[in-house]
Design a protein around this ligand. Structure first.
Ligand code: PRP
Length: 172
């Protein structure tokens, strides 16, 4: 039997996402900002964050897969879907649902830095600093959370629970 307990409610998420949108507007008053979401978990956050911003945004996606996924990352990642556009000379914000070990983002930062964007930052709805294996600087953090397994608002367990409106702790 598994159980779900609300950790961050949909109202809290929406309020915080609006704050982050306003912060990004202040940092990039003219735009366009390339919001690049990592599939699949970040798609809900991307959709809400983009609409919480007034600065013009362009939306792109990348796919990254980690090997040996269970509830933890294995430490090895690869790009499964690349960008369709050049980011050279552009302001880029990578949009992520959660930073856990930091393996995914440290890899993607390295790949994107080689493409010479004007600026490169990270927005993550959730951050689990206790689990970090690779240092990653996240400029826009929604919520810092303890080391509990969470699902909802894009986050899955074996592809389930992504469409929950709240972020919930999953206990089995
Ligand atoms: C999850 C999450 C991040 C990554 C974070 O993705 O969406 O991309 O793991 O973990 P890390 O900091 O330890 O690298 P996952 O590979 O589960 O894919 P998904 O977004 O399709 O669920």
């Amino acid at each position: 039997m598994s159980s779900l307990e609300v950790l961050i409610s949909s109202e809290q998420i929406q309020a915080r996402v609006h704050e982050l949108g306003a912060q990004i507007d202040r940092d990039y008053p003219t735009g366009p900002v390339y919001l690049i979401a990592i599939l699949k978990g970040a798609c809900f956050f991307l959709a809400d964050l983009a609409r919480a911003m007034n600065t013009p945004a362009r939306i792109e996606f990348v796919g990254i897969s980690s090997y040996g996924k269970g509830k933890t990352s294995s430490g090895e990642v690869k790009l499964t879907k690349d960008l369709d556009v050049s980011i050279e000379g552009h302001d880029v914000v990578i949009v992520e649902d959660i930073v856990d070990s930091g393996v995914t983002l440290s890899y993607l930062l390295k790949v994107f830095e080689q493409r010479k964007p004007r600026s490169l930052r990270i927005a993550s709805l959730l951050d689990k600093p206790e689990r970090r294996m690779r240092p990653v600087e996240v400029q826009y953090v929604g919520f810092r959370i303890p080391d509990q397994f969470v699902v909802g608002y894009g986050l899955d367990y074996a592809e389930d629970y992504r469409n929950l409106r709240d972020v919930c702790v999953l206990r089995e």
